[in-house]
Design a protein around this ligand. Structure first.
Ligand SMILES: Cc1cc2nc3c(=O)[nH]c(=O)nc-3n(C[C@H](O)[C@H](O)[C@H](O)COP(=O)(O)O)c2cc1C
Length: 173
């Protein structure tokens, strides 16, 4: 699938078929996250693949009861290791969020290329998710997504977006 078509037709999918995801497909998607760039190549991430039905349901509850999350055969939880040093003044502890978000974007776009749906979940209770998944202290949850085949076609052109004129300026802000 053409790269720009992948980007254009990725949508947040909120209804999933229970159909399993072949291992080799899942592996390709995870590989896309693995090779993402990161500051100083620190790769401060860990991705938890959740398949257990009960754990998926508890996760959906910890995400403000967004029950569609547990419909998908897999839920992926992207975690980041807290970074305690500030190299060259670059963003400090927040750089972990940048790094993990880049890798997660790779993952989400790779999923689209495989015909799989995702929905970036930012509404979650970090402490609850950490407890459910036994995530250690020095690690925090950055993003969560269900991963599965969309129940309806789902992939479509983007909804309303700001125009290029609104978001681009040249030479000055
Ligand atoms: C950081 C972030 C957090 C989000 N959190 C949620 C969420 O908790 N629940 C949800 O249903 N969608 C969530 N979304 C999806 C957005 O609502 C969606 O990306 C946006 O409306 C554009 O729609 P599209 O993804 O279909 O293009 C989130 C997206 C991002 C990037």
């Amino acid at each position: 699938m053409d790269f720009y078509e992948v980007i254009r037709t990725r949508r947040s999918i909120r209804s999933y078929k229970p159909d399993p995801i072949p291992d080799h497909v899942l592996r390709r998607i995870l590989e896309a996250a693995r090779i993402a760039p990161s500051g100083s190549n620190r790769q401060p991430w860990k991705f938890i693949i959740v398949k257990d039905e009960k754990i998926k349901e508890r996760l959906a509850d910890a995400c403000g009861h967004q029950s569609f999350i547990a419909e998908a055969p897999i839920v992926i939880v992207a975690c980041g290791y807290n970074i305690h040093y500030n190299r060259g003044g670059y963003m400090g502890e927040m750089s972990m969020l940048v790094d993990v978000s880049i890798a997660f974007t790779h993952l989400i776009l790779a999923a689209r290329a495989e015909g799989l749906g995702t929905c970036w979940i930012g509404l979650f209770d970090n402490e609850k998710v950490k407890e459910i998944l036994k995530i250690p202290n020095e690690v925090n949850v950055v993003a969560i997504t269900p991963l599965g085949y969309p129940r309806n076609e789902g992939f479509s052109e983007p909804g309303p977006r700001k125009s290029l004129d609104e978001i681009i300026s040249v030479d000055h802000f």
